[in-house]
Design a protein around this ligand. Sequence first.
Ligand SMILES: *Cc1c(COP(=O)(O)O)cnc(C)c1O
Length: 374
Amino acid sequence: MPRPILATVHSAALRHNLNQARLRAPDAKVWAVVKANAYGHGIERAFEGLRSADGFAMLDFDEAQRIRALDWRGPILMLEGVFEPRDLELCSRLGLWHTVHCTEQLDWLAAHKTQAPHRVFLKLNSGMNRLGFAPTAFRAAWARLNALPQVEEISLMTHFSDADGPRGIAHQVAAFETVTADLPGERTLCNSAAILRHAGSPLRGEGAVTTLAADWVREGIALYGSAPDHPENTAATWGLTSAMTLSTRVIGVQSLQAGDTVGYGSAFTADGPMRVGVIACGYADGYPRHAPTGTPVLINGIRTRIVGRVSMDMVTVDLTHLDASVGVGAEVICWGESPSTGAVLPVDEVAEAAGTIAYELLCAVAQRVPFLVV
Ligand SMILES: *Cc1c(COP(=O)(O)O)cnc(C)c1O
């Protein structure tokens, strides 16, 4: 029998979360962001739940090929554009739309031979200072693209650094509006946090005021059921449903007395009689090794905590306050939904306890973990 660990991808949750984005951005088309193998869910596994998206966005060319191999004929956007001139051939062949964020990409495009002109997303660095043309260079880049026979259509794009937090997006929206106000073309600004928190705010462009959702929103983490601004808000308050459940079972039980310790480094000491369960999940499965004692876990749908250090293949959990019948074989939910009880442990809570974000936990689910799509 294989180890009892399992990652379940919930197609209905992906569909539901996508619809939530549509409710918040009713006039926008939705890019389902499936970079990093659909945030660890697996592109092919997530595809069924996301196929009603208007397009797929990612940054690995092999992932774009995998989406085309699923017979997706619709839009695909390469969020970082091409990494070398040869990638443009793939864009031509597979009809990939691509971001242009730097002069080198412009030069490569100008030298590219293609029958089918490309659709490009010109990226403005509106303040994040990662990818994109500075406001002072943006219009020249637009004019140059506009003069290229290789380019069919130019869209306008920027990315927010603080859509999930107190600094917010106003300074970046102002920069975007100033630089792009009279330029034609579709616009895309919002990631998940901006869709949830700011999609309805106004955006000035091309003589008209629209909303920040604009023509396209780029939804990543919220599709997968995590609140990008946790703990200020939760998946439940945003109406999002967990798209991945990482489950396993109890494979051993120990009874401890006061003073007994648990696991490597004796990192946890019992202060009284305790029952400790051993679960078949460890850091080699993607469970965060730095998750401390107290990190939540569900056993038979009941919330308890991990104790001691996370090992490669196992984690120890506190069973003391659970029914004495809870032992080997009991259902364990590391995050997601308990199939037996319907209880939910949001991945955001596990991530917070481990000092990280749900993005990292979801992306880190290891190759050795078997997946099931429901
Ligand atoms: C990853 C990414 C997104 C999606 O971000 P989420 O916070 O997961 O919604 C949107 N746009 C760009 C450019 C990205 O790289």
